[in-house]
Design a protein around this ligand. Structure first.
Ligand code: ADP
Length: 895
């Protein structure tokens, strides 16, 4: 079989064998071709026409191709779908090649190494990660190839590592084949491509990049990552920054579930950025600023001084409107320096990129000046970090024309005056026309032929044309015949030849020289990459800080006072995103008051009244404060949280798609196990995914556990009204409720949070808002009234106040009973609060009346009729509620 391959297919196969897991794009003239399985699969994914290479053969080779100019689009599609693409180029000019044209893979593009991102993607980092395992620990390294950032850390569980990867939105991770199966399974589940790197390289680049790391395990994982890059990328990694180790515990931890749930980066419904905190806060002017903002949002600080440092700067910028707008105007002109630095290292910059670099650098002195006029010590160190790289800016300014072409090989990009030899060539080119005109005049004079002219064509080059009538006048010794036309003859002369060589040679030589000069400039810029990256970092920070100042002003945020204790006082807090959509006027601000004696707020109130919004607004406020931003409130005093946990009741769980009770309990457990007294927990309607008693029992036990063992600041919303009685038993728990009133039988939400429990549930009103049929709603009202008018059956006073649908006196009593003795130190209450069946009308009295032997005097026609009806009752065709109602009616009749 192999013998039958043509030489070209043989070459193809050799290359393909080295890249079995990638689509091989094989350059053939103006096309990249895919063959065999690549072609079949590629044609389908890229919607290309599938053809064959040798139709007539027995087993024609499937083939499809893409034009080389459009290759990027096709590569992007495959990478987006999580595949790899190997680009195989012709390494010599096919016209000059002897035998088979040499070909080689010049680049392997993978989801984690994709660069040249445009649009929205440019404002995001693309992280390639690497993982190695040792002694039950996991080492992680990550890099963004386009910016050169390189970080590493050590984590202690599969969960932690998956969480970190999902947070980084890593699409590809490099592995060394020694990971536990549990982890590789999880990676596959999360659609993270695993790239195997068998060999760890030991070279200068690897030692340079790992030299600052103390842990040999972290050195190993960084070396694994770098080895993969060196083997696949085949280009300079000069812009990679030396690896820095970080500890996740140095930042506020928010697991991925909570991040999604709080809509920090992506909107749960649309999956887009609009409607998220990141979207709201992002008034940055540069792509690198936008990326840094996301990194800050991903890792809020826990160090009070660092938080204050950022807040000081935001304050300063907020107080100086004009300086701030000047800064913005300069920042707008700053291009993506981080990625420009990456491209300089890769040697893929062109003249235009260098002009962008120059323009960006030229803004730096202006930015420094504005910061200096602020005359504030808080900006001193940042200002010092703003190195304008004058040498680089001047070099580019001296060398590159203002509007260079895209291509770097066709000339026209180096300025006159930069290089003497180039100027001479250009002189030759520019003067060529004049020389020719002068020569023509001279020849006319010498020969006396007035219509003699000098022309040019591609085949013969420059020539002197003399009409036939004048042929006798030409100086035969100098004129050499080139071409004969009908009416004229064309000649050349030694002098003309010389000029021609000068003009034609100058063109070629000047383009070649320009390219050499450009490469030299690029190399000189490359030497300054580290400085460029430092500048980029400082500018990004400034950009994010000005963005915070802008949003703080636009949305009336205030500077929060951070404490290292346990006091949380928010006056008139708001949910910034809901408020933005709703309008400042419409949004009802709310306080969150939790002194160091209060750990838990138990929130009750009707559905849709604003419980979740209230809880989320606290979490967002904490995140914003710890990023260094101001917060949506009239005033705020906040503790520094180490972690935020959120859990939304299974019924509301739109995110995981598996809205099972199990998931809910696992998440809740995660919070209970990992939260500390410095954490924030949001439990929204927890326990609602199971039967009522079950759920209520769990909810209560969870609250007690948090109260006694965890002591994290906790907001717990519930529709189990009975839980409000816990306030008496748990000293650090307080009831709050979101108010609603009835107006003309309609429910009006006040969205106002006040002390104390809610007095009522409003299920039927909410059903009405949801547009349920009038008839049904009337019926529900009737049933409710009957259930609430339990004069005969449940005469206890609590029954009148029974709040929620189905609540009764005994349940409220028992909750109190069961929790009353529970002091903070007491063991959690073991007995779940029990209630009779959800329908209180089915009470003991009713049943007695029916099934106990009836007193003789009631044995009447009425009784017989009822007994007959009972016998005939089609139980299977009725709902429990209908049964209850029937029984109720019989009771009424028997009175
Ligand atoms: P719950 O959790 O009680 O069911 P949500 O928090 O989901 O209620 O809020 C329901 C709706 O009420 C929100 O979508 C929002 O439009 C509105 N809302 C919530 N809080 C406020 C508020 N403080 N001011 C104005 N409208 C609010």
């Amino acid at each position: 079989m192999a013998k039958k391959l043509t030489p070209m297919m043989e070459q193809y196969q050799k290359v393909k064998d080295q890249y079995p897991d990638a689509f091989l794009f094989y350059r053939l003239g103006d096309f990249y071709e895919l063959f065999n399985d690549d072609a079949v699969k590629g044609a389908q994914l890229l919607e290309l026409t599938l053809t064959t290479r040798n139709h007539s053969a027995k087993n024609p080779i499937p083939m499809c191709g893409v034009p080389h100019r459009a290759v990027k689009n096709y590569v992007d599609i495959l990478i987006d779908k999580g595949y790899k693409v190997a680009i195989c180029e012709q390494m010599e000019d096919p016209k000059k090649a002897k035998g088979m044209v040499k070909r080689a893979v010049t680049r392997l593009i993978t989801p984690g190494t994709q660069m040249d991102l445009t649009g929205d993607a440019a404002r995001q980092n693309n992280y390639l990660t690497a993982i190695s395992a040792k002694d039950g620990q996991f080492n992680l390294a990550y890099t963004d190839l386009s910016t050169g950032e390189l970080k590493t850390t050590t984590l202690d569980s599969v969960n932690a590592i998956i969480n970190e990867l999902v947070n980084l939105q890593s699409k590809e991770t490099v592995v060394d084949g020694q990971l536990p199966e549990e982890l590789t399974d999880q990676l596959a589940k999360c659609n993270i491509l695993q790239s195997h790197q068998p060999e760890i390289l030991k070279n200068a680049e690897v030692s340079y990049l790992t030299q600052d790391l103390e842990s040999p395990d972290q050195q190993h994982v960084v070396a694994l990552l770098v080895s993969y890059l060196l083997t696949t990328q085949k280009r300079s990694l000069a812009h990679m920054q030396r690896a820095v180790a970080y500890r996740p515990s140095a930042f506020m931890k928010i697991d991925h579930y909570s991040k999604t749930n709080l809509e920090l980066m992506t909107n749960m419904r649309s999956g887009k950025r609009q409607g998220t905190l990141s979207w709201l806060l992002d008034e940055t002017k540069t792509a690198m600023g936008s990326r840094l903002l996301k990194r800050w949002l991903d890792r809020p600080l826990i160090d009070k001084d660092r938080i204050n440092e950022r807040q000081d700067k935001v304050q300063e910028l907020l107080d100086h409107y004009f300086e701030r707008s000047n800064l913005q105007q300069e920042l707008i002109k700053v291009y993506d320096l981080e990625r420009l630095a990456g491209r300089v290292a890769y040697g893929s910059v062109n003249g235009r990129d260098l002009i962008q670099l120059k323009t960006s650098l030229q803004q730096v002195p202006k930015i420094k000046y504005v910061l200096e006029t602020l005359d504030s010590p808080v900006f001193e160190s940042l200002t010092k970090r703003l190195d304008p790289l004058n040498d680089v800016a001047e070099l580019i300014d001296r060398a590159i024309v203002a509007d260079p072409p895209i291509s770097v090989t066709d000339g026209g990009l180096i300025k006159t005056g930069y290089n003497k030899r180039l100027d001479e060539y250009r002189d030759a080119m520019n003067n060529g026309k004049r020389w020719i005109a002068d020569l023509q005049a001279q020849e006319r004079e010498v020969t006396g032929i007035n219509n003699l002219k000098i022309g040019y064509n591609h085949v013969f080059g420059y020539y002197i044309e003399v009409t036939k009538v004048n042929l006798s006048k030409i100086p035969k010794d100098r004129y050499e015949r080139k071409q004969t036309l009908v009416n004229a003859e064309r000649f050349s002369t030694p002098e003309l030849k010389e000029k021609e060589a000068l003009i034609m040679g100058a063109q070629e030589k000047s383009t070649a020289l320009e390219y050499d000069l450009f490469v030299d400039i690029r190399e000189r810029v490359k030497k300054e990459i580290k400085r460029l990256q430092k500048l980029a970092q400082a500018l990004s920070e400034l950009d994010v800080l000005q963005s915070f100042a802008v949003v703080s002003e636009d949305y009336h945020f205030v500077r929060p006072k951070m404490n290292t204790g346990h006091t949380l006082k928010i006056k008139d807090g708001r949910h910034p995103v809901v408020e933005k959509f709703m309008g400042h006027q419409e949004y009802v601000p709310n306080d969150v008051m939790m002194d160091d004696q209060t750990d838990i707020l138990l929130i009750t109130g009707p559905n849709m009244s604003g419980k979740s919004t209230y809880m989320r607004q606290l979490a967002l406020t904490a995140v914003m404060a710890q990023m260094g931003c101001f917060v949506p409130a009239k005033s705020a005093e906040l503790p520094i949280f180490d972690q935020i946990f959120t859990r939304i009741g299974a019924a509301d769980d739109l995110i995981s798609g598996e809205s099972t009770f199990m998931v809910e309990m696992m998440e809740a457990n995660n919070a209970l196990v990992h939260a500390t007294d410095r954490s924030l927990i949001l439990f929204d309607e927890i326990g609602r995914g199971t039967a009522t008693y079950d759920g209520m029992a769990l909810a209560q036990a969870i609250i007690e556990y948090v109260h006694q063992h965890v002591r994290a600041k906790t907001l717990f919303s519930t529709h189990y009204h009975e839980l409000t009685a816990l306030e008496d038993a748990l000293p650090r728990l307080k009831n709050v409720h979101v108010g609603a009133t009835e107006k003309n039988g309609e429910l009006v939400f006040l969205h106002k949070v006040s002390a104390g429990p809610a007095d009522k549930s409003y299920g039927i009103h909410v059903a009405k808002l949801a547009g349920m049929p009038d008839q049904l709603l009337k019926r529900a009202d009737q049933i409710l009234q009957k259930l609430e008018n339990k004069e005969n059956s449940l005469p206890t006073p609590a029954a009148e106040n029974a709040a929620s649908y189905g609540a009764d006196s005994s349940s409220a009593d028992r909750v109190q009973e069961s929790t009353a003795p529970a002091s903070a130190e007491a063991a959690p209450v073991s007995a779940a609060p029990t209630r009779p069946a959800p329908a209180p009308a089915v009470d003991a009295n009713g049943q007695m009346e029916l099934f106990a032997p009836a007193p003789k005097k009631t044995r009447s026609n009425k009784g017989d009729k009822i007994l007959h009806q009972l016998k005939e009752l089609n139980l299977m065709g009725m709902t429990p509620m209908e049964v209850m109602n029937q029984i109720y009616q019989w009771q009424e009749k028997l009175k």
